[in-house]
Design a binder for this molecule. Sequence first.
Ligand SMILES: CC(=O)N[C@H]1[C@@H](OP(=O)(O)OP(=O)(O)OC[C@H]2O[C@@H](n3ccc(=O)[nH]c3=O)[C@H](O)[C@@H]2O)O[C@H](CO)[C@@H](O)[C@@H]1O[C@H](C)C(=O)N[C@@H](C)C(=O)N[C@H](CCC(=O)O)C(=O)O
Length: 492
Amino acid sequence: MTIKELLYKVPILATAGDMEAVINHLTLDSRNVGPGSLFIAVRGTVTDGHTFIDTAVRQGASAILCEEMPVNPEPAVTYVQVQDSAYTQGLIAATFYGHPSRKLNLVGVTGTNGKTSTATLLFRLFRALGYRVGLISTVQNQIDDTVIPATHTTPDVITTNALLTDMLKHGCTHCFMEVSSHAVVQQRIAGLHFAGGIFTNITHDHLDFHGTFDNYIRAKKGFFDQLPASAFALVNIDDKRGMVMLQNTAARKESFSLQTLATFKGKLLADSLFGLHMEIDGKEVWFKLIGRFNAYNILGVYGAAVLLGEDPEEVLTQLSGLMPPPGRFEQVVSDEQIVGIVDYAHTPDALQNVLETIDGLRQADEQIITIVGCGGNRDAAKRPIMAEIACKFSDKVILTSDNPRDEDPMAILEQMQAGVPPIDFKKTLTLPDRREAIQKAVSMANPHDIILVAGKGHETYQEINGVKHDFDDRQVLLEAFANVKSGSVDTP
Ligand SMILES: CC(=O)N[C@H]1[C@@H](OP(=O)(O)OP(=O)(O)OC[C@H]2O[C@@H](n3ccc(=O)[nH]c3=O)[C@H](O)[C@@H]2O)O[C@H](CO)[C@@H](O)[C@@H]1O[C@H](C)C(=O)N[C@@H](C)C(=O)N[C@H](CCC(=O)O)C(=O)O
């Protein structure tokens, strides 16, 4: 495709060089440039892509898209100046790949918690309903049975268009994707045509990136503002920001609720460690998912499926058979009936949801032992809050590391300790080594006690100083169950 064809409908400020130059590859990263590449220079959070234009040219780039023209452009290379290269990237990627998002039903899911569960449940539901389906999620991307490792919750828009193209080649009719607030702000969903958007909830998270809670809300809302009139915008109106999401959208406004009148109204009848019993649209159904937060996920998934034209009764039948996604309230039970629960809860709200759920389901003599940490190089404000929540609901708490990245693990843990109420000092232990923390919890547990290992969920690594070391909470729990003699009470 020529650069001129690629720029169809793109507002351009200036050009230099041959507009008939042929482009066979798009990239944001100078390290991936080769002959035929169009290098898109984007201003990032760490560095400015414009500083790599010369490198891209040396590596054979055919064209450069930028916001600022270089002082000495290379005559053999085509340069295009635009107002906003991050946004333009989305329009170009859609044209380059032939607008794949218009050729299937692309549904985006946004919200602080529940994105992965909702997108994954939709993916599994539509497969169970007989469709070929794609998934773009934090845990993994998937085209039917083929798993493609994920690097982001929402990839860059070039990668997304490439994934959607592969999905179409495999006959997919639907794709369910997570839409993170980072992605909205960084234009990673620009130019994508959505058939629908779902809002799960919004709570304190990512303030390191967005600065204020208002900015974070605005970022989420930006997704709904982008939806076309042909799409549906389905929001959880039990979250007080649900209606805000709908304010400026052109899409059809739809809602779901466990508490009030909504397009899709559900009622939670019973909640146990074995599943949920709900009434949806007047029908009683059992689900294998656990916890009130999953009742919301189920309702959102049900609503989206019905809005996509599926038969409500068939949707409920298929949904009732689905299991939780990996690392989402995943249970690992020892021979002695110590219940390990591995959950991705890494925000205050998610941790509170999981702990409230466990607290509501346990018997009076069953202890909750919580293992929790907070990531390095990320929102530090949540550290004391998460420790406080863990203490509020648990009989014992072990503060430990969760991807300290470039930070000193002990410094993160000290910030968490600041949230431990003095009355809870004696039930709290600090063990920076996560493996040791899990082993300690198992050694302290009695049969039927519940050990919550929070934060990593499906992740299979611990990131320390830029190196990802193999670490899987589920595996380490199993090893601890096998190695440590259960029943030996070792109170901190
Ligand atoms: C903070 C953040 O969101 N960063 C994302 C952002 O990178 P950046 O702005 O920091 O990029 P940069 O390093 O400043 O570089 C600027 C530009 O120069 C280019 N460059 C850079 C170096 C070089 O040698 N050559 C070159 O061309 C880069 O490709 C980039 O285009 O844009 C990149 C391209 O899209 C992303 O890969 C990158 O994600 C980083 C790796 C990341 O960790 N992001 C996280 C925070 C994130 O996005 N998380 C959300 C989920 C959040 C949640 O809900 O939990 C997600 O969607 O995954």
